[in-house]
Design a protein around this ligand. Sequence first.
Ligand code: HEM
Length: 208
Amino acid sequence: MKDQKNFVHHIRPIFVPSKALSVLYTFCLGGVSFLAFVVLGVTGLLLMFHYQPGNSTGFSSLLTLASVIPYGGMIRNLHYWAGQLMVVTVNLHMLRVVWTHSYKPPKQLNWLVGVALLMLILFLDFTGYLLIGSQESGAAATVAVNILGLIPGLGIGLAQVLFGEPSAISGSTLVVYVWHCFALPMIALFLQLYHFWRIRRDGGVRPL
Ligand code: HEM
């Protein structure tokens, strides 16, 4: 237990339960989700060099990015597919956790952290779709704003905070840009680091 206090031993512990080494227990779904997150971070940063946020500029800057900028199309596709992969693997990871009853004590707090991560990842995927700035994203933003508006008292303010003022033909606003490129990835990164730390604190990945 003394060794566990060392940060390095948190990353690479001296002792690992043999059952934790079985790939067939986790299918490495959490690990693949994190790998997708890293790919999303790197490709997202590269996209930010050319993407121009805003209701009228998002769509055209993406067209330029994908057709004129060297490797722009490849980076955009990598970002898109890593995002889709992450949504799939995070959901499968959650199913595995349910299947192996790993939401039970002492892992209940990490389950809740996971639920928060799931919400963040889904919202990241949705805001990314809005940033395309196409008519479809305009329609998606309108639906989201209208649904939120139904919440008595809070709804309209909440929609403003989350989406800004999307136009009917583009969901790509500066507010969505800030959520997608800065706030949500930062919150998700810190929650993931806490999620990993908690796995060790709760005794490691193994049948309860
Ligand atoms: C950003 C998304 C997520 C990442 C990167 C992630 C990553 C991981 C990793 C690497 C592990 C180690 C075992 C494995 O690979 O399966 C793990 C375990 C765990 N995860 Fe996640 N996870 C995420 C989302 C979730 C969600 C959505 C839930 C449930 C709602 C969840 C609940 C748990 C629990 C309870 C454990 C401990 C499992 C055990 O000890 O058997 N995680 N996670």
